[in-house]
Design a protein around this ligand. Sequence first.
Ligand code: NAD
Length: 251
Amino acid sequence: MTKRVEGKIAVVTGGAAGMGRAHARLLASEGARVVVTDVDAAGGRETVDLIEGEGGTATFVEHDVSKAKDWESVVGHATEEYGRIDVLVNNAGILAFTSLQDTEEEVWDRIFAVNAKGTYLGCKAVLPAMERSTAPSIINISSMYGIIGAPNAAAYEASKGAVRTLTKAAAVDFKEFGIRVNSVHPGVIATAMTNDILADAEGTKALLGTTILDRAGQPEEVSAVVLFLASDESSFMNGSEVVVDGGYIAQ
Ligand code: NAD
């Protein structure tokens, strides 16, 4: 059977752990050659080892998504190694649980630097390398909190809202390059970002809130959507937002 992203070159940011690692592994298992990037070099190399152990192809680049210079290295590496970029998954992100009234300016700036600016820099940096792709696709990881509000995560929610509308702006502006740009909006997913809260019954209840499926999602359940958006199966999707939240925002 033909693999779903056979021969594509994919860059996955924040690929050292959690959902980024799951996205990188699934894309590689479906035939993509993956450039894994992260500030966490040990975790990133571990992801590459896992992929190679599963028979896939991947390389790692140490990368802070909030730095334009680092993006030059990532694009330079991907181009030298593989000649172009077909898929970019802007996945790296950070969270702080603080209400608006308690959010320090430094916290706001750092969250925006990684989540919003990092996504903007990524979309822009890959342009020359994507011009050589026949079916380029950018997938920006927002959150259900880029669509709805919740207590105690004001900067995070605002940054993910920025990712949501930046995605639509990019889809419009990149028309001339033929690049499709879509956003993914996970609900509560079991990763290091949520593990502390999910370890506690009361915390779990509060975090899951109105999730109809009444459980946290697994990273692979989001990767399935990322794979679809990366593949040519989603060829008529552009500027779309895909919610993967077990039904949290349905009620
Ligand atoms: P995670 O904390 O498990 O992994 C995030 C990865 O990003 C880590 O490997 C970390 O080192 C890396 N990273 C952090 N800052 C970076 C930077 N400046 N440059 C490069 N890499 C950096 O988180 P996760 O739960 O896998 O989250 C992945 C994405 O999904 C994030 O954008 C997050 O906001 C989003 N998200 C998560 C949830 C959830 O419930 N876990 C829900 C909705 C959206």
